[in-house]
Design a protein around this ligand. Sequence first.
Ligand code: UD1
Length: 365
Amino acid sequence: MHVLHVVGARPNFMKVAPVHAAFRGRPGVRQTLVHTGQHYDANLSDIFFEQLQIPRPDVSLEVGSGSHAVQTAEIMIRFEKTILERKPDLVLVYGDVNSTVAATLVCAKLGTKIAHVEAGLRSFDRTMPEEINRLVTDQLADMLLIPSEEAEENLLREGVARGKIHFVGNVMIDTLRTLLPQARMPEIPGLGDKFALVTLHRPSNVDEPETLQRILETLTTISESLQIVFPVHPRTKARIESLGFHFENSNRIFTIPPTGYLECLALQQRAVVVVTDSGGLQEETTALGVPCLTVRENTERPITVTHGTNTLVGTDMKLLLKEVGKIQAGRGKGGRIPPLWDGCASERIADVILHPQIIPLRKVA
Ligand code: UD1
């Protein structure tokens, strides 16, 4: 079987790594890896290939940045040629980025089978570009590989046939478990033992100047009692610069470039609290048992709230301050590991794709 994987942006890389590795051990499988180039900076892309030991892409589409329409269309134009040349039996798409939906549209029109890893997640917020990508991808995919059980209800509600849905667990946790022993703190001179890790890049938080200003001012307040490490995404960096905002207390707030995967794991593991709007960090903190405060009104990963350590604070900065205070006082939320976040999701994916006849269709645990 010829399996072709499509990745493009940072959150795809930790998902493809274990799935590609799981297929490498299976007889009769040929793999092709396509990188669309949606993320092209070394610290958003190359470092992940290196640390996660993902093979070099067989095909690089080098699309780069652009508006959503331009980026999606450019990926479609270039990816269609790849599919026509390479003729895979199955295309695996990951997560919810523009590369995911673009590749899915191309395959659906060419009649190439698609499996979606991390299917069925819903924030129910259509102002999020990722929600649009999730909805379209799941309507068109032939196999929906879900990380948590509530995803099945979401898909059934949207009319997806039950037989296409496979509960395989969370591939992000496969990567986390494999690489946790190698996690390493970045060197940050002046950083003590107790700190908060902050990441922000959602358009809803960083594109609106007033919202961003309020968040940055709140971080300044938090930093009076807790040091902050803030790896700054390129989108966020540009928005902070155009606001003309500068953190004054540079020995309390450490702004650093986006980190590698191993550094991000170590920072999360050692943090007193993680304040974020990332999907991946909500999951990783739940797996690590570290309190997470999510600066969003909703999440497509509700299991991190019901089972895990995640609390949604929205853009209510008073609530954020209150929750940080609770965590510092040792009254942070505990959590438990969701079902099938066990490090074996990728092997289940390989099983269900290669042996659909012997794997029960719904629960493959
Ligand atoms: C994308 C994904 C989002 C994911 C995030 C992780 C979509 C719709 N969004 O959002 O789901 O959580 O990646 O990072 O696919 N840029 C660089 N260097 C790069 C890539 C981008 O400087 O390597 C700049 C772009 O020029 C743009 C900004 O960063 O100004 C945003 O990049 P873009 O890929 O459009 O979206 P993200 O916000 O990164």
